[in-house]
Design a protein around this ligand. Sequence first.
Ligand SMILES: Nc1nc2c(ncn2[C@@H]2O[C@H](COP(=O)(O)OP(=O)(O)OP(=O)(O)O)[C@@H](O)[C@H]2O)c(=O)[nH]1
Ligand SMILES: [Mg+2]
Length: 262
Amino acid sequence: MPYFIVVLGTAGSGKTTLTATISDYLSHLGLDTAIVNLDPAAENLQYGPDVDVRDYVNAREVMEKYSLGPNGSLIVSADLVAAKLSEISEEVGSLKANYIVIDTPGQLELFAFREVGPLIIRSLIGDQKAASLFLIDSVLAEDPFSLLSSLLLASSINLRIKLPQINVLNKVDLIEDSDVERIMGYMENTDDFIESLCSGGGEAAILWDRADLEALIPRLTVYELIPVSATNWMGVDELYAAIQRVVAGGEDYLTEEPSPIL
Ligand SMILES: Nc1nc2c(ncn2[C@@H]2O[C@H](COP(=O)(O)OP(=O)(O)OP(=O)(O)O)[C@@H](O)[C@H]2O)c(=O)[nH]1
Ligand SMILES: [Mg+2]
């Protein structure tokens, strides 16, 4: 049975790029990998999808046909995808692969926070093993308040998608190494994180005090955060190790007894 990797994140956080990178990485390891594109509005993909939701529903056509704006079209498209779910699930079920990577739509809030998004994911995965990756754009996590806000969103996505989740600090090539170290330091030493939030200024308008942060932040930092660059492959080894820990307790097709690929 394949393992699933579901790639989620805010618009432009690098989902499509990371989907291609993970797939190339796994293929280089000799693993059979398939990709599912769930974004009906995708224009250019850096990979050739094995299953493409655009074969069933095209958001641009939906926009024209029903005279909708871009977001209205995405909402209707997601519902149309749900209506085709048994055919799409059948196509995904027939894929012969060790790993199946699922790229999700750009507008996270129209996918994850509506009923159909989690429903689609659940139908495709069934009771097979899966990890979800929630991408945080490094540039949007540089200051402690932005990092906290991104971690809150990450937890919120976990509540919606309900899969074992790894948070990915993507695009680390765009920020200084010292900033990556500082962010990772906050994850390991939550006292430093809380201190920088309390001393950073601007907190007057926030209704949380230090005690609230002391209760909240240890909850948000239990998720792993892996620094990665989807464009230059930094951190992809560590990300793969984290995925292996989630889906196969640290072992997978590479470390298990050799078994023919289906
Ligand atoms: N420097 C850098 N750029 C990246 C990285 N990952 C993605 N990008 C760039 O970020 C932009 C958006 O990347 P996509 O992969 O399309 O992001 P997405 O989340 O799939 O975007 P939507 O599906 O439109 O929401 C592109 O210009 C990518 O080249 C990265 O690790 N480093
Ligand atoms: Mg995309």
